[in-house]
Design a protein around this ligand. Structure first.
Ligand code: FAD
Ligand code: NAG
Ligand code: NAG
Ligand code: NAG
Ligand code: NAG
Ligand code: NAG
Length: 517
């Protein structure tokens, strides 16, 4: 791959955050270089669990089928009696099993070693001619109002060469001890928790694969052995820290480089991938000259409250688990995990770029303390800023005929487009909204007309990418659309409802905030 000058984006660190960001950018047609200090790809399992919300991110990025073909479901935890350690004491589920629903098809967390996840992401990146440059470390950087200069050292065996790269943007996805955050001088506030963790990987033969096997306690050193991926925990001090902002000038941080927390609760990679998905489309639009640079400020605006909430929650979980284990309380209480860790409620309702005509913003929603970033209380239906739900059973209309073939919203959404959902049976309203989308930059918008169930679309709709009938009604119920009126919902490339409006005026207002006029 040859690079244009100056390079649009340099990504430092090829863990899950860097790889997900790179994929999102190349899918938008933005050229990236992605470097990693390590000469070898990681082999460790690390964060093996994948939350449902992360599965949805993998769906948007087009890698989900590959992930699911290699992963397995989350295992129950089996504890053994001590001393001895061979007689099972108890087997518990970390999370109460739930059935998938039409709006949430991927409800079950999956297990897949992080090394395999990274490999799948690299394979997808390679299709765009993008390869991780190994053995390449960022030493320092400087920036001015238009460019970033990164000083790199490339190592291969005993050989070493320096290179300075000029790029328009730089993103540090270089992990908890990353260089980028330090170079920017961002504060990394938080605490060190009492208690220590040591992670190791060992191969244990002849363990059954139906559960994870656990011995000991926090006091004595707790072991947690999974079979494939093998992983053992015993005794480092968990840190809980986050940056005060996610960027400085033309340089951003994402993933562990921006926040670290106790591994209890398993929100590490899961949150990191959401950072990348949030930043990716915004950076792509700005780099392509289609959006104002101020759009990039909404990366911190949206992610900071989510991460702050996550740190609070994982710290509480860590303390509850540690104390319960120390006091010899029931393991099922100590390890019970609330449903919101699945992150399905994580939202940006307070964001300055989301537009909700149904639920006008209240002044209090700007108060950080009152934000419900994890959506623990999601009553009151869908809001702009929420996760866009799936809807299966959409019967595709071709040349005015309702086909037996169905599709779903999750098959339509992707990380490179805004999807405009038009719920209506009113031909002139549909035409007006479609006309308004034609004024927007081409190829960035996908339009989907969704007729109410049992309607027979008599008018041939022209100019929409997909026309369908909501055969099972899930689209209308999920998006709170009445079959008698018109509802327009704009779903962002990161799977967030950007707007819930009633027609083309709302659509234009949303895009005025996102695109350059
Ligand atoms: C041993 C271990 C076990 C874990 N287990 C769990 C778990 O069970 N559950 C859980 O929730 N989370 C776990 N985590 C956390 C999880 O792995 C992270 O949240 C996740 O990897 C974050 O991804 P990232 O891409 O932000 O950072 P990383 O995966 O850390 O990637 C950062 C990359 O940047 C590279 N890099 C660093 N500095 C430079 C530089 N100056 N120049 C170039 N490259 C650089 C590094 O080589 C690395 O490849 C674990 C982490 C570790 C270390
Ligand atoms: C993601 O979530 C799953 C499910 O709770 C958890 O097991 C896993 O450790 C998390 N992964 C990371 C890397 O945080
Ligand atoms: C910023 O730095 C780049 C790269 O060194 C340089 O080409 C450019 O002229 C500088 N711009 C300003 C305004 O100093
Ligand atoms: C590379 O740069 C570093 C730091 O500026 C310097 O110490 C080192 O000698 C340089 N190496 C080579 C091979 O030029
Ligand atoms: C593992 O199980 C097999 C079959 O039950 C047995 O033959 C073998 O000896 C066991 N290995 C160990 C190390 O216990
Ligand atoms: C639609 O239905 C009509 C009448 O049944 C038929 O003639 C036509 O070929 C159909 N069109 C498509 C695209 O299936």
């Amino acid at each position: 791959m040859s690079f244009s000058h100056p390079l649009p984006v340099l990504i430092v660190g090829a863990g899950p955050s860097g790889l997900a960001l790179a994929l999102s950018l190349v899918q938008h047609g933005v050229q990236v270089r992605i470097i990693d200090r390590d000469q070898q790809f990681h082999i460790g399992q690390r964060g093996a669990g994948i939350q449902p919300r992360t599965l949805e991110a993998w769906n948007l990025l087009g890698v989900l089928p590959d992930i699911l073909s290699k992963s397995m479901g989350l295992l129950p935890m089996r504890f053994y009696k001590l001393p001895g350690g061979v007689e099972p004491a108890k087997t518990i589920d970390l999370i109460t099993p739930e059935d998938p629903t039409p709006d949430t098809p991927y409800i079950h967390a999956q297990l897949l070693g992080q090394a395999k996840t990274e490999q799948i992401l690299r394979e997808h990146l390679a299709k765009y001619g993008c390869h991780v440059e190994r053995g390449t470390e960022l030493l320092s950087l400087e920036q001015n109002g238009s460019h970033v200069v990164a000083h790199l050292v490339k190592r291969s065996g005993d050989e070493e060469a320096n290179e300075s790269v000029v790029s328009r943007w730089l993103v540090g996805t270089d992990g908890a001890r990353g260089t980028v955050r330090k170079q920017l001088g961002l504060t990394f506030l938080g605490e060190s928790l009492s208690g220590k963790f040591v992670f190791g990987e060992i191969v244990v033969k002849n363990l059954s694969r139906d559960c994870s096997h656990n011995w000991g306690s926090f006091e004595s050193g707790m072991w947690d052995i999974l079979h494939d991926p093998y992983q053992a925990y015993s005794l480092s001090t968990p840190n809980v820290r986050m940056v005060n902002k996610f960027s400085e000038g033309r340089v951003f941080v994402a993933g562990d480089a921006a926040h670290v927390h106790s591994p209890v609760g398993g929100q590490g990679m899961n949150s990191s991938v959401q950072d990348s998905l949030n930043l990716g489309w915004k950076l792509a639009l700005v780099e392509r000259g289609l959006a104002p640079e101020s759009l990039l400020d909404t990366y911190t605006e949206e992610r900071l409250p989510v991460i702050a909430h996550m740190l609070k929650q994982t710290t509480n979980l860590f303390k509850t688990t540690r104390n319960a284990m120390a006091n010899g309380e029931d393991a099922s209480k100590a390890w019970a995990r609330p449903r919101d860790l699945k992150m399905l409620g994580v939202n940006y309702r307070w964001s300055s770029i989301v537009l909700d005509e149904r639920h006008p913003r209240e002044a209090s929603e700007k108060d950080m303390q009152l934000l419900d970033a994890y959506g623990a209380d999601t009553s009151g239906g869908l809001h702009a800023g929420d996760r866009a739900p799936d809807a299966p059973g959409l019967a595709v209309v071709e040349e005015g005929n309702v086909s037996t073939e169905t599709t779903s919203l999750f098959r339509i959404f992707d990380s490179a487009h805004h999807t405009v959902l038009i719920f209506s049976s009113d031909g002139s309203q549909i035409a007006a909204v479609l006309k308004a989308t034609k004024k927007l930059p081409p190829r960035l918008i996908r339009t989907v007309v969704i007729y109410p169930r049992d309607s027979s679309p008599s008018l041939a709709v022209s100019g929409a990418d997909v026309v369908c009938v909501d055969r099972d009604g899930y689209g209308h119920s999920g998006y709170g659309a009445s079959p008698d009126g018109t509802t327009v919902s704009i779903v962002r490339p990161d799977g967030i409802v950007g707007a819930l409006v009633s027609g083309e005026a709302g659509l234009e207002a949303y895009f005025r905030n996102v695109f350059l006029g």
